[in-house]
Design a protein around this ligand. Sequence first.
Ligand code: KG4
Ligand code: ZN
Length: 315
Amino acid sequence: MMHGQYGGIVPELASRAHERLLAPAVESVLRETGIKSTDIDGVAVTYGPGLAGALLVGVAFAKGMASSLSIPLIGVNHLEGHLWSFKLTETDSPLPFLSLIVSGGHTLLVKVNGFGDYVRLGGTRDDAAGELFDKVGRMLGFGFPAGAAMDSAACSFEGEPVVFPRVKLKDDPYGFSFSGLKTAVLYHLQKNYQRNEAGFIIPDQERSAICKGLMESVSDMLADRIAYAVKSNTYHAVVVSGGVSASRFIRQRISSIAKKHQIPMLVPPVHHCTDNGAMIANVGYEHFKRQKFDSLELPINPGLSLFTSPVAPVN
Ligand code: KG4
Ligand code: ZN
């Protein structure tokens, strides 16, 4: 991926890649599924939250499809896509459920009473969990994004992990803060390893011990908030989604806490955890059934929230 060499997403490159890849991707989906464009009843598109350039490319393309095929346009919230992604493979939605969305941009706990009925319980004050992995991954010399590689390193390492703190917020039992962990890893590296122009020189085993320690801290913090939530309220399931929920390490930890509290845990298959079009189509279909369509004026909203709209829409 082009962003790898820059250690993160470069907005300009992301929107150009969207422009280049979107039409061929739609064409190949139609070809592979044998669906004709005239069979399409509506087009769902993410209008936020996300990078403005990439959202603009997607929304403009969807508007073009909607108008040329005379079908409804349906704007979907990216986070709502993650929240319901488990429905792509599960028939039941045991309401109310506790939703944990953990991705590169968000770490959010939500009480879900039904479709469109969401109560915010808490979230991160600084970095998202995936952002932490990507930033620490860069210090450790992993490519971008680093989460999956760090997860594999942690899962296959049988030795003792390096111990990092578990951060608790005094006045916010559902809140998270991950930026201190990033600093803790940096101090550990500065104290123990030499640097050259490529970064810290860390033996593979020790790098894996760091990954395991970090995964343990993050999973303990996530599991702690889930345990608090299920003790404070009645939920019929714990649903985890977002790119970080692809982590085998984290899935195991969260599933054991759910088991301990005798609550079913629902996590989508890995390919539905990271960003994907199916989860957007899935929420789009819920809007479609309710005849909730958008006009061709639909603006993008890079700061779109699941709850209200704190950031003014951008046209
Ligand atoms: O949901 P997502 O694909 O995009 C956003 O909406 O942010 O999440 C991407 C994040 C990245 O930070 C990436 O490092 C992390 O998910 N990620 C993982 C794994 N796969 C992706 N983190 C831990 N373990 C994984 N297996
Ligand atoms: Zn996402």
